[in-house]
Design a binder for this molecule. Structure first.
Ligand code: NDP
Length: 237
């Protein structure tokens, strides 16, 4: 049964992986859906054709561009901030510009996007940020910068939930563990290390993450806010 009829949704970073699964799920639930992408024009066009969602090219590293895209949509009911990148490796060797770009995409843009969307969001709206279990637990070397971006999401979610709660707008994060996407393929070189930390030793499917997002943006979750929702096969347990 569609539960999101009449709801206007924007997914930031929806062309591939978890974001594409969220686009598929929200359109299936009846939401009037649009999504952004940066580099994957072909994948974005194919997803738009398949789902009826609208694809909009907007680089999440560019704060003003993201704000402009959001302002151009009018009043949203749902904002899902999924766009994210990962820079891992020896911090002594990492390119500081790459680290800063990750912070722009994973932290600065989500904060400003959430604030911009809230300006005109309908009462009872939903904001969901895709964080990571690495915001809670970083069990191997090389992940400090990525982990700091996902821990920052936690503080943002807690604070904005209080800022917008009076209007019934909820603000939550979803914290996946390993998910089978281009970013982290289920057969990648780190798979055994990652699975060793898990109670259920497999990567999640993007659709499983989209299911949790669908709950949080749906009608049953109106009292769920300011919280991090971990879906990680026990990675952080
Ligand atoms: P992918 O690399 O498979 O896909 C990333 C998506 O984000 C693409 O649609 C990409 O669009 C978009 N994106 C990236 N950079 C930008 C940008 N600058 N502007 C606009 N869109 C952008 O990643 P996942 O699906 O795996 O990850 C999605 C989110 O989930 C991220 O926030 C990630 O940190 C988080 N996550 C992922 C985990 C995993 O194991 N996969 C685990 C925990 C969290 P395009 O290709 O068009 O640039």
């Amino acid at each position: 049964m569609p539960t999101l009829n009449e709801k206007k949704a924007l997914i930031l970073g929806g062309s591939r992986g978890i974001g594409a699964a969220i686009v598929e799920r929200l359109t299936a639930e009846g939401a009037d859906t649009r999504f952004t992408y940066a580099g994957s024009a072909e994948a974005a066009a194919a997803l738009a054709d398949k789902t009826g969602a609208t694809a909009i090219q907007t680089d999440s590293a560019d704060r003003a561009a993201v704000a402009g895209t959001i302002a151009g949509q009018g009043a949203l009911d749902i904002l899902v901030i999924n766009a994210g990148v990962v820079v891992m490796g020896d911090p002594l060797e990492s390119d500081p510009d790459a680290v800063d770009r990750m912070i722009d995409i994973n932290v600065r843009s989500p904060y400003h996007a959430a604030v911009e969307a809230a300006r005109s969001m309908n009462d009872g709206g939903r904001i969901v940020v895709i964080g990571s279990v690495n915001g809670d637990r970083m069990p191997f070397p090389g992940g400090a910068a990525y982990a700091l971006t996902k821990s920052a999401v936690q503080g943002m979610v807690r604070g904005l939930a209080r800022d917008f709660g009076e209007r019934g707008i909820t603000v939550n994060s979803v914290q996946p563990g390993p998910v089978d996407t281009d970013m982290n393929p289920a057969d990648g070189p780190m798979k055994d290390t990652m699975h060793s930390f898990m109670a259920i030793k497999r990567h999640a499917r993007p659709a499983e993450i989209a299911g949790m997002v669908a709950y949080l943006v749906g009608p049953e979750a109106g009292i769920v806010t300011g919280a991090q929702h971990t879906i990680d096969g026990g990675f952080g347990a």
